[in-house]
Design a protein around this ligand. Structure first.
Ligand SMILES: [Mg+2]
Length: 280
């Protein structure tokens, strides 16, 4: 069971102060309260300012990782100097980094075809919202009745069945959302490792990776950080099983954590001037 991040805070604060913190942040349900419709999800008030402050501080680097499309994510956060990973890390953009997963890039054509077919299907079901994110497709059902959800799922499986059989795509469940993704071994855990590998080895040893997220897809990241960082699950139900070692109960508490981190880094005894990725 995860421990609350603010319990035993002294020890955590010391690690945050002494090490170069790479902060991986999920967006929906982490920096933004879950909204009725995906396009309504905004940063919690105050979060933008504290992220801006952190982005200027030494000894901390921020990457926002989301299932949203990269452009959508960037427009929602709107802070220069951060790294943004969209589509669960299939595409990534930062000041010195640019990346698109090659195998996923190739499957965009198949995804486009599927999205075209699903468009009409989804439009016929009240409360079902299709979101075509190019690298992945999300089908949101938060607002649909259970009966509609059942019907829509059947039709979804029928539509994507042939592509599932050919192992071109996979279907994953998120929070009230189905995700159609390219069948590529790539997830939020792998993107975290990829990102850390961009730093020179000497620097990597001083890094404390912190990952905060609320979704099932964030579990891959918690798993890879089990022994080498802090995995923080945002959940009201602390007893729910998770790979994360720590938890916070809401985006409000994530905001509180960001403020604490900004205070720690502002007081900064951090010695290393700046740490930049190698770039590629
Ligand atoms: Mg989330």
């Amino acid at each position: 069971m995860p421990r609350h991040l603010f319990g035993g805070w002294e020890e955590i604060a010391k690690a945050l102060r002494d090490r170069y913190v790479i902060l991986f942040l999920d967006y929906d349900g982490t920096l933004s309260p879950i909204a009725e419709r995906p396009e309504m999800a905004k940063l919690l008030p105050g979060v933008r300012n504290v992220l801006k402050e952190l982005s200027r501080q030494r000894g901390v680097k921020i990457a926002v990782i989301s299932g949203r499309a990269l452009n959508d994510l960037e427009q929602r956060v709107r802070i220069p100097g951060l790294t943004y990973a969209g589509n669960h890390g299939f595409e990534l953009r930062g000041t010195k980094i640019r990346y698109a997963h090659p195998a996923a890039e190739k499957l965009k054509r198949v995804l486009r075809k599927i999205a075209g077919r699903l468009k009409n299907t989804c439009a016929a079901f009240p409360g079902i919202i299709l979101e075509n994110k190019l690298f992945t497709i999300s089908i949101h059902y938060r607002q649909a009745s259970p009966k509609i959800v059942n019907l829509a799922k059947k039709l979804l499986l029928k539509t994507i069945g042939p592509h599932l059989e050919k192992s071109q795509i996979v279907l994953r469940e998120g929070k009230k959302v189905w995700e159609v993704r390219p069948a590529v071994a790539w997830d939020k855990g792998k993107i975290v490792l990829w990102f850390l590998a961009q730093f020179p080895l000497g620097v990597r040893k001083r890094i404390l990776p912190v990952y905060i997220g609320d979704d099932r897809t964030d579990e891959d990241a918690f798993r890879v950080l089990k022994r080498r960082g802090l995995g923080v699950k945002v959940t009201e139900n602390f007893k729910r099983s998770t790979q994360a070692g720590y938890c916070l109960d809401s985006p409000g508490e994530v905001f509180e954590f960001l403020k604490r981190l900004a205070r720690i880094k502002a007081a900064g005894k951090y010695k290393v001037e700046t740490v930049k990725p190698k770039g590629n």
